[in-house]
Design a protein around this ligand. Sequence first.
Ligand SMILES: Nc1ncnc2c1ncn2[C@@H]1O[C@H](COP(=O)(O)OP(=O)(O)OP(=O)(O)O)[C@@H](O)[C@H]1O
Length: 229
Amino acid sequence: MIEVTDIRKRYRRRDVLSGVTFAADKGQITCLIGLNGAGKSTILKAIMGLTPIAGGSIRIDGQAPGPKLYEKVAFVPDRLTMPSGMKLIEAHRFMADFYAGWNGERAGELMRFFGLSYSDRIGSLSKGTAAKFNLLLGLSQDSDYILMDEPFAGIDLFSREAITEVFTSELIEGRGVLFTTHEIGEMEHLIDRAVLLQGGKVERAFDCDEMRGAEGKSVIDVMREVYRA
Ligand SMILES: Nc1ncnc2c1ncn2[C@@H]1O[C@H](COP(=O)(O)OP(=O)(O)OP(=O)(O)O)[C@@H](O)[C@H]1O
């Protein structure tokens, strides 16, 4: 389980996170929701140990963040970080060298599924195609958890549908998925837990089925309550 407890973060004397607590479990899709600037990316970076926190604690199956967890937790940042001159085939080789858990067979299947070409260069990919390749790099690691920062940002409907299909496939079965978004869209029916950030804190966190059953509300209904209040 990823346990985030009372974490705090300041940027230039401004509180961005003022005591954020939530958990994301294996076998579940957890969605971290917040308006622009709510601190979603900062939380994912903190879980990866890529940005220091000013207080609180983060544990991944009991361990503190850091490089030793890179095989356990895959991170899909909000943009591709590979050099623009690199060909996709070279990016595959790089990942295979860097990650013991790189699953070349799965990477090949995803190349076909997304209709990507090994000879293309990173810099020549359209935004949507780059997002698919970015996702492929994360999904092709045999990790227990996968964190994704805005996997749908700027992506057309059909590409979003292709990515949504991945979310329902065996590719992520059994893994813990934590992704961020500011608009839930067609992911609504796929997510198990929603964590809504507001004012540097968690405003609401709930099991989506329970929310539908007990209060008859969708995630979007709860978002309207929180963000339009
Ligand atoms: N390196 C930095 N230096 C200073 N301020 C930063 C830095 N990184 C983020 N911030 C600020 O912290 C706040 C939270 O940023 P963050 O990127 O985590 O939000 P977000 O919820 O992911 O936003 P978005 O939905 O727009 O991507 C923002 O106000 C941002 O301007």
